[in-house]
Design a protein around this ligand. Sequence first.
Ligand code: ATP
Length: 356
Amino acid sequence: MIEAAGLTKRYGAKTAVHDLTFEVRPGHVTGFLGPNGSGKSTTMRMIVGLDRPTSGTVTVGGRPFRQTPNAPRKVGALLDAQAVHGGRSARNHLLSLAQLSGIPASRVEEVLDVVGLRDVAGKRSKGFSLGMGQRLGIAAALLGDPQVLLFDEPVNGLDPEGIYWVRTLMKRLAAEGRTVLVSSHLMSEMAVTADHLLVIGRGRLLADMSVREFISRNSADFARVRVADDAAGRTGELAAAVAEAGGRALKEPDGALRVTGIDLPRISDLAHKADIRLWELSPHHASLEEAYMRLTQDVVDYRSTDDELAGFTPPEDEAHPLDTAPGPPEVPEVPAQGWYAPPPPGQAPPQTRSRP
Ligand SMILES: Nc1ncnc2c1ncn2[C@@H]1O[C@H](COP(=O)(O)OP(=O)(O)OP(=O)(O)O)[C@@H](O)[C@H]1O
């Protein structure tokens, strides 16, 4: 169990972590999420005693890490996979860590097998790929067979097989009753790996709840509806019928409607009553990525702006004239990531913009 109470870290005028209070419980994979610079690494560094809190406390198994006897056998961490003496072989790197912590050398061979580096264990780690370096870092975290494990971006640089392996490993470690805290920016991966989430933004706790609850609290399911004859203004008619029935319809960039507030059979009935043919009527369940983007959109520090080169391409409106009839408003903020609706029969898929 990891327990933080009022945990705060300031670097000069910058408050990297602000008054965090949370528990990370054993038996679960807890995902640690937050935009770049939100304080995840700083928090993890304080958990393992590499940074001192400015105020507040954080304990592992009831004690601050630095006061934990035999700490490397109780807590394992992958914080910076690059922090390896490149001139040493993977085996020697692990052997030196094992020696420092009183861990038998035979354990080194075990973890080399677990992470799949046995064949390259005699090679200098400076020749390792990003993914191999990650595997070596994970091996080091597992060395003491600890009950508490912290992984900062463990899938960074791993290939799909490696990502799958990390996912399975995290779940297995949690199923064995260990405490597993893992940070990642890969939302699709977190959605299938973590049971619980801690989400921070600008150093403050934004959410501490199960993945399921997080998605349902921070997103809304909706129906996508596309009418057969959009050009005849029928989309607007259907949107009006939806509004009259107490629902809400917003127009998506591809001309479909995003309907909330009424269920699919009701939408179908409304369309039928108005003699509007539909090409699509599908439920949309929000993803973790959408829920996360919605929650954190106000606390993102590093956001890209439009690429100036985009000015050299023809404006999208010219390439794809939009329906000029007054219709429902276009869907704003939350991108429908991961969603792809096939075009109606006989209609080409929408063109994507290409640079000259
Ligand atoms: N040693 C330091 N000195 C000064 N500022 C620091 C230091 N370490 C971190 N910070 C600042 O603290 C804030 C939090 O950084 P941190 O690395 O913890 O964020 P993060 O959530 O891990 O980011 P990322 O997702 O990009 O890894 C950032 O603004 C960072 O610039």
